[in-house]
Design a protein around this ligand. Sequence first.
Ligand SMILES: [Zn+2]
Length: 204
Amino acid sequence: MNTPFDQLTDSIRQLPGIGPRQARRIAYFIVRKDKSWVHSLSETLRQARAEVAECMWCRRLFPTAYAAPACTVCTDSSRDAHTLLVVEKDVDLENVEKTGVYTGRYFVLGGTVSLLDKEPEKKVRIRSLEQLIFNKDRDVREIILALSATTEGEDTAVFLKERLTPLLQNHPLTLRVLGRGLSTGTELEYVDADTMQSALKGRT
Ligand SMILES: [Zn+2]
């Protein structure tokens, strides 16, 4: 039977980048802390989960304190509504935003696919992306793929191009890929303003 400690280890194991041995080590770290520390951690987790919502347009998570169905980027009329930067995850969006050089809108795909996947549409939000780009009110005219320079990122770009290109035939929409001033394997997570600027200029 799984003890609560085993269950804790399993939950930690599901975090990104955590292997079985690290999960065990973190689980021991947690249960060795004071009861008050553990209580505060569980309360913080509960609150953090309760106070975010998914934006109806870009699918990023944003604080529900705004009491709106869409995030501040999607509702900001001073931003370029015609350009959509497609990123893999929330943290990529956050990092591009921090560089301050991108003025368009976003879409958070929610992951990557492999060309070997039988049902890739279950791993990324392709349907939501299609709905967004063909929604007349949103008036998207350019889609820029900003995926990791990794095998998964490249496979995902191939999948999106195959999926979107036939749909773009009758729409005044262009599909581009973010130029890479980034060395191979560098992810958007570590992008700085200069690199982002040259990557945006070098989109092809
Ligand atoms: Zn949004």
